[in-house]
Every structure is written in C-alpha cells, then in structure tokens.
Ligand binder design. Structure first.
Ligand code: PLP
Length: 370
C-alpha cells in the first residue's frame, strides 16, 4: 500500500477556490538596506499614547485568558462610539472583523460589491469565503457612483463594502452617495471607516438609522496600535441577535491588546493632538511634493497621500525607492487607473526629508534617461 508521503497531494487537499489565490504582498526590499523608512503601511509615526504605553509596561497577566466576551473593551468602545456594547464586535484588527462579517453572511458563490480602486484585502477576504467580488468602480476623481453600485447588486449579493475615507485614493466619498446606497441596498452595507478620525464625517449614526448598515473601525491608525491588532464593528440592532453565533469567544483580541486599546480610549485628548500633527504633516508633505516637477499629490482625508508622478508606470520608481530603504506602495493593476501613482504614509519630518530627497533624485535620473 502507498503511504501518505506518496499519495498525499497538498494542492488537492486545500479548497479549490484557494489554490491559485494571490497573496497580499507588502513592499519589502529583497536586500536589506542600512536604514529603512517605512511609509508603506499607513501606520502612525508617533507610536501609542502614553497611557497605552504605561498599561503595556505594567502588564503581567499573560497567563490569563481574556475576559469571555471582552466586556471591558466593548464597554470602552461603547463609550467612545455611543453604540451599545451588545452591538459591538471587536477583533484582531478591522480585517478580522470583516472576516467575522463574512462568516455571518457569505455562502459559497455569494457576491460582494466593492468600488475599486479600494482596499485590496476585500477581494482576498471574499475569495477566502468562496464568494465572488463584483466591482462597481469609482468614477472620475474617485467618486462613488450610487447608481452603479445599486445596479451591480443581484440576487446573490449579500454585502456591499464602502470604504470612506478610501484607501488607496485618500478621499472621502460623497455622503449623499453613501446614504443612497445604504437606503437603497436590499443587503448589508459595511462602511469601512479605518481612517475616520482623520476625516470630517463618521457614519456611526447610520447603524441606528438603517437596519442593514455596519460600520467597521480600527485602533491601528489614529491610536497607533497597528501591531496590537484591535478593530471593531458597530452593528444595527436588527443583526444583534445573530452576532453571538459568529463572534469568536474572546473576540480574537489578546489581553495585552485590549489593555492598550482601553488605555488609549482613556487618552483621547492626546490622540486627537496626534491626529492634528499627522494632518499638519500631511499638508506640509503635499506642499513639498508639489514643488517637484510634474508631481501631484491628491487631496487626502487620511494619514497618507496618493501621489501622481510624471511617469506612466510608477512601479520602477517605487522599486528604486525600496532599494534605497524607502518603503511606499504601488498599485500596478492597469484597470485601477493609478499605475502612475505611489502611496506614501505620513511620517515624521525627518522621514519626509529622506523620502523627498530620494524621490527627487530618482525622478531627475528618470528624466535624464528619458
Ligand atoms: C481601508 C482599510 N481597512 C482596514 C485596514 C486594516 O486595519 P486593521 O489594522 O485594523 O486590520 C486598513 C489598513 O491599512 C485599511 O486601509
């Protein structure tokens, strides 16, 4: 008889829909340059709040499981958002909350409508659940077209995801368009507000106004806790009875991460100051970029900028920046319409100086060889 070493085919043992699924590729250099400036993941350059840091430094309870149901964390999130705790699902980042949402609604073959260019994780998350992504692309100037989104909804559509402010374009979508989709869609509409604290509009009131609207948020960006992995979803009362069926018992949030998040929510004045610093840094960086010939930063309501370069394909520029230790992102799929762009996170003034210097240098070399 053949043994499993001879018979076992790992490719055939995994789900068919996953066999050729592309994986998320972060922009990391092949060789490690001496200094690395990380402006590719939209992290906070200023770290956590002092209260979060103190909570982590005094943290000893690693041997204890989290409180079943994360009641302290959800109470703190409830105080922050005004949504009752029984309608809040926490998770190991916003991505994890989306996975819980997919578990709640997606059968294999179900459809999810998104508007590209938008956050790349949606496609991966949908495919992981055997779903099908349908794109109702953003229009000129990356505007949301509610008619296009509503027309893309079919009998198998279970979910529409709207990302505002949108990643990677950085703009806030038109509130009237978002509202039309929420009011018109016969399915769940999830609004990804990862960058809400940097913008001017929050859709939290919609989870009370509409029975089908979920708002998903994160502590990664404004609170500087990307590495701790804490996100949360705010659900309408209509879905509350179903949440305990799909929520992981400990909400996938580690005890230390919950402690850091709770302490951050007790340090909001400090964090609002950080957000203001990041916004000021963003506008200064945009002004400096505009001084480079042919370079055009697009308006942003986030902690990053999408920047058009005077080239057809920004891929080689981004690769050369990476070789020089400056990490930014490029989105090369031609149908996204942003091949000539790079996305750069707002960093410290020192990080901006290095980025600007290297970018100016590479663009002048590109001009010289053109
Ligand atoms: C639009 C959007 N949603 C979600 C996330 C992921 O957030 P988290 O770190 O909470 O998983 C990101 C991270 O870049 C994002 O840009």
């Amino acid at each position: 008889m053949q043994t499993s070493t001879q018979r076992f085919d790992p490719r055939l043992s995994i789900r068919e829909s996953l066999r050729d699924l592309p994986t998320y590729v972060p922009s990391r250099p092949e060789a490690q340059p001496e200094r690395i400036v990380r402006l590719d993941m939209n992290e906070s350059p200023y770290g956590p709040s002092p209260k979060a840091l103190a909570a982590l430094q005094g943290f000893t309870d690693t041997h204890r499981y989290p409180d079943f149901g994360q009641s302290a964390l959800r109470a703190a999130l409830s105080a922050y958002t005004g949504v009752p705790a029984d309608r809040i699902v926490a998770g190991a980042g916003l991505d994890d909350v989306l996975t819980t949402l997919a578990t709640l609604v997606l059968e294999p073959g179900d459809e999810v409508v998104i508007s590209e260019p938008t956050f790349g994780v949606y496609r991966i998350m949908v495919a992981l659940h055997g779903g099908v992504t349908v794109d109702a692309p953003l229009g000129p100037g990356f505007t949301l077209d509610p008619d296009r989104v509503l027309a893309a909804i079919g009998p198998r559509t279970k979910l529409v995801i709207v990302c505002t402010p949108n990643n990677p374009t950085g703009n806030e979508l038109d509130p009237a368009a978002v509202e039309r989709i929420c009011a018109g869609a016969p399915c769940i509409v999830a609004i990804d507000e990862a960058y809400a604290e940097f913008g001017s509009t929050s859709y939290i009131p919609f989870v009370d106004r509409f029975p089908n609207v979920i708002v998903a948020r994160t502590m990664s960006k404004f609170a500087g806790l990307a590495g701790m992995r804490v996100g949360y979803g705010l659900f309408p009362a209509s879905l509350a009875p179903y949440l305990p069926r799909v929520t992981p018992p400990f909400h996938n949030v580690a005890v230390a991460s919950a402690a850091a998040a709770i302490a951050s929510l007790d340090d909001l004045d400090y964090l609002r100051g950080v957000v203001q610093r990041i916004i000021a840094g963003r506008e200064q960086l945009a002004d400096q970029l505009r001084e480079l010939p042919g370079v055009e930063p697009l308006p942003s309501s986030t902690n990053f900028l999408l920047v058009r370069l005077p080239v057809q394909d920004a891929g080689p520029v981004v690769a050369e920046l990476a070789k020089r230790g400056v990490m930014v992102r490029h989105f090369g799929r031609p149908e996204l319409g942003i091949r000539d762009c790079l996305r750069v996170s707002v960093g410290t003034t020192g990080e901006h100086e290095i980025f600007l210097q290297e970018l100016a240098d590479i663009l002048s070399e590109t001009r010289a060889t053109a």
